[in-house]
Every structure is written in C-alpha cells, then in structure tokens.
Design a protein around this ligand. Structure first.
Ligand code: AKG
Length: 325
C-alpha cells in the first residue's frame, strides 16, 4: 500500500466514532437483505432485488428527470464559487474541516435545503425505489448534502477511503441505507462511489479471520476486492449501511465528480423532538446538527435562496404531515 493511502486509512480509524449523520432505522428488526417482500416492486426489477440483497447495493437508472440534474449541477458550481469553464478556480480550500477526517478534500458541499435538493428528494421514482427497499411507504428522507470533487492533486490532494457508516461490532447489526444520486457520468478516472461487495456477502466468514481489535468502522483495505461503480448522470445508487464503501479519488485531468446524497428510512413519527428538528432544518435552512456536517460558514442558502416548497409527498417525507393522515 502507498504511504498516502496508509495515512488516509489511519484517519478513518482515528475518527471513526463521529456520527456519520446517515439515517438509521429505529424499531425495525429485520435485516434489509432478509425482508420477505409484501409490496410489489415499483421500480426495481427482480434482478435488481437479487443484486441488492446479495451485493449490498443497487443502481436505479434515471431516478430523477434530466432538468433536475442540470440545475443541480449549475447550483453546485455557483455555491462553491467555482467556474466550470475555468479549472484555475477549482482548487478552493474547503471552508471548514471535517471531524470525519477521511472526508477532508473529498469535495463535500455544505448545501442542505435548497429547492433543487428538495425537488430530488420528493421525486416519485426516487421515493418508489426506497419503498422497494424498505417494503413500506411511511418513510422520512435524510437532509443531507452534496459532493463536487474536482481532480485530487496539489491543494486538493485526497486518496480515497473505505469505511462503514455503522459500527459493525454491535449485535444485532444496525439497519440502514444511504444513497448517492450521480449528477455527472463517472468512471474509474473521475472516481466516485467504491465498495467491497465480497465483504457484504461474506461478512461473517471474514469477521472470523479478524483479530479482536479490528476497527468496526473500517476494514483493513489490504487485499480487499474494491469495486468502482461507474454511473450516469441521474442514476441513483442505494447501498446497505453494512456495505463497506467510500470515495475513490478523482484522478482525471479536468473532469469533476458531482453527486447528491439522499436516503430514506421508516418515519420515526413517535419521536416529536426529532420531527421538530427536521422541520426546523428545512424551515430555517440549516444543516442537521450532527458531528459529520460542518455546515457552511457563509450561510449561503439563507442569503441566496427561499425556503423550499414541498409537494404533498415532500411534506410527509420531511415529517411536516403525518403518514397517518
Ligand atoms: O460519495 C460517495 O460515493 C460515498 C460517500 C460516503 O462514503 C458516505 O456517504 O458515507
């Protein structure tokens, strides 16, 4: 392994305890790969389903309309104060460091509540994909950020990482998903999502080969079969939180990787405090108050955008309206 990679992996180990801020299911006790479907699949094919339960991830093609993608791309350039036609503007330092050290220089964009992000969250096809995953309709959407990763060299040096979003030492194992909506075409050069499907399917056997001090948030990447998943703009990749994954660095000359993170989990309507926190994020255009989200010191959204308008589906996905109504 190269020295730079070692450093990056050590960063994962040291800061693994930071809450990654991804939505976990509460009061849900069936592992997602073991769900016996009661609802018919809405957007996934039976092959997609098989891939999902055996490999730990699935790609939903054209999850949102083309125009949604195009306006998100333009928004992220503007938000980051970078000119898409002038790579000389692409090396701006991140405005705040990440507590999850492995994310430094990975291109995280601290935007959470703009209308265009909400438009994707409340897109029917994308929601239907999560209904397929959870086999239920009453879901809440994560209020999460975006990614604009310019080539990782010089001031933007970044060597990638592999981690889990959950602590894999606890039993029963945590249940959750995360999703990445790709806003550009990606390949092995531009980097983007990478994962270790063999470790998802063979986790129990693999764990037996590990010592008692293994890092429950990040496997030792040496010898692992790391898969880079190429995507097209508008494709949505959903992955099980038990899938070891991360970001592959952008080694292209002059292309960028762009994405929006969107996940859904069963609505936790019994927890009024959580519901109010979610509503406040949307209403006040704030990031969620979690360790993994440093937020934007400029408060760009408050100064440049209106509160996002929600559709009836969006109101339920936020928690503003109940799924019981
Ligand atoms: O950007 C990606 O593809 C993956 C991001 C990641 O590692 C995460 O959401 O935990």
């Amino acid at each position: 392994m190269q020295k730079e990679e070692e450093t990056s992996m050590a960063a994962v180990e040291k800061f693994a305890a930071v809450d990654p801020g991804h939505t976990q299911a509460k009061g849900f006790d069936t592992q997602l790969k073991d769900i016996k479907k009661a609802l018919p699949l809405r957007v996934m094919t039976p092959e997609d389903w098989l891939h999902w339960i055996t490999r730990g991830y699935v790609v939903i093609r054209n999850a949102v309309p083309r125009e949604n993608v195009e306006r998100m791309v333009a928004l992220l350039w503007r938000f980051q104060e970078m000119n898409p036609n002038d790579p000389a503007t692409w090396s701006r330092p991140q405005l705040r460091d990440h507590k999850m050290k492995e994310l430094n220089n990975s291109g995280m964009v601290e935007i959470y509540n703009h209308q265009y992000l909400w438009d994707n969250r409340q897109e029917q096809r994308l929601y239907d994909a999560f209904v397929d995953i959870w086999d239920r309709e009453d879901l809440w959407v994560s209020i999460d950020r975006a990614n604009l990763n310019t080539p990782n060299r010089d001031a933007r040096s970044f060597n990638g990482f592999i981690h889990w979003d959950v602590d894999t030492s606890v039993r029963p194992l945590p249940i959750g998903v995360q999703g990445v909506l790709s806003l550009v075409d990606t390949d092995s050069e531009t980097g983007g999502f990478q994962c270790v499907p063999s470790l998802f399917s063979g986790f129990d056997e693999w764990e037996k080969t590990q010592g008692p001090d293994r890092n429950p948030r990040a496997p030792n990447p040496e010898g692992l079969d790391i898969v880079n998943v190429p995507m097209k703009a508008g494709d949505m990749l959903i992955f099980n939180s038990l899938l070891a994954h991360g970001i592959r660095p952008n080694r292209s000359e002059d292309r960028v990787r762009m994405a929006q993170y969107i996940s859904m989990a069963p609505a936790n309507e019994g927890d009024n405090a959580e519901r109010q926190d979610r509503i406040a994020c949307w209403r006040d255009q704030e990031p969620p108050k979690r360790g993994a989200f440093p937020g934007d010191p400029r408060e760009w959204e408050k100064h440049n955008a209106e509160r996002a308008r929600l559709t009836p589906l969006g109101e339920k996905l936020l928690g503003l309206k109940s799924w019981q109504d």
